[in-house]
Design a protein around this ligand. Structure first.
Ligand SMILES: [Fe+2]
Length: 275
């Protein structure tokens, strides 16, 4: 092996080069790094154990790049989180705190918009209300979000956490975007979120207790209608300095074909699914 090739294949430079290339591609795809290693073999530089360390999903180093693959880094992305699995202790504490709070769908609170009339005036729904979480509930929620990785090492902050309360018979919302990252957490199974993909196709997402769905600021969605009382938690995830907007973005009434009972089910990719 020539001195040049020995230098090229050093255990320091090649891993660095690999990491650079790795970071330029989507970490969810193993193809670019695999191609790189095949290239090494073609050049007569078989990967050393150190190189393979970087390819291993158990290596902590590729995790450095997972922040760029976060579902919330894309404006219209959407991701599923199982808090039972990734923050089980905090989830149990949070659920206990919510139960101690004793909130019910019959409590007061602010009405949430439901649809728009023919003049694009927003109409609130008396069967759909929200109320801020109590301080202790907010603190436990923040710990749960930190543990689950949703706050991206402090890059994001939970903002305006509320319980959303729908009475039986509450109608589905009009399609809209929130213009900020959001997270819906199911306190009970049978919690739904309606969602449109980039192609404009509508779906219904079903959540069990302890599951959540996080979505980007341009993700088209709508609160579901409920045939029985439902209480869930919603929180915005803002970057530092980002101001929460009350603008609900583009609002589009449902078409007949988009009535939620007719929508196919959709399961978002797991949060950090590229790991
Ligand atoms: Fe929304």
């Amino acid at each position: 092996m020539s001195p040049v090739r020995e230098k090229c294949c050093s255990d320091v430079l090649l891993p660095l080069l690999f990491l650079l290339i790795f970071s330029l591609f989507s970490p969810s795809s193993p193809l670019p790094p695999l191609l790189f290693f095949f290239l090494l073999l073609l050049l007569g530089c078989p990967p050393s154990p150190l190189h393979l360390l970087f390819l291993s999903s158990s290596s902590p180093l590729p995790l450095l790049f997972l922040s760029s693959s976060s579902p919330l880094s894309q404006d219209n992305s959407i991701a599923h989180i199982d808090f039972n699995a990734c923050a089980g202790h905090e989830w149990e504490s949070f659920l206990s705190a919510m139960e101690r709070g004793g909130a019910t769908v019959n409590d007061g609170g602010d009405q949430i918009f439901s649809s728009v009339d023919e003049n694009q005036n927003v109409m609130d729904d008396p069967n759909r209300k929200q109320q801020p979480l109590e301080v202790d509930q907010q603190e436990i929620l923040k710990r749960m979000l930190e543990t689950s990785g949703l706050l991206e090492d402090g890059t994001l902050l939970p903002s305006n956490p509320v319980t959303l309360r729908s009475k039986a018979g509450g109608k589905q919302q009009a399609w809209h975007v929130d213009l900020q990252r959001g997270l819906l957490i199911a306190l009970v199974s049978g919690t739904f979120l309606l969602y449109k993909n980039a192609a404009g196709k509508a779906f219904r997402i079903s959540l069990k207790a302890g599951e959540g769905v996080a979505f980007g600021p341009e993700c088209v969605h709508a609160g579901a209608g409920y045939v029985k009382d439902n209480m869930r938690v919603h929180v915005y995830l803002l970057k530092e300095g980002e101001v929460q907007t009350i603008d609900t973005g583009d609002i589009t009434p449902f078409k007949e074909t988009e009535t939620q009972d007719k929508l196919p089910m959709f399961t978002p990719l797991p949060f950090n699914g590229g790991m």
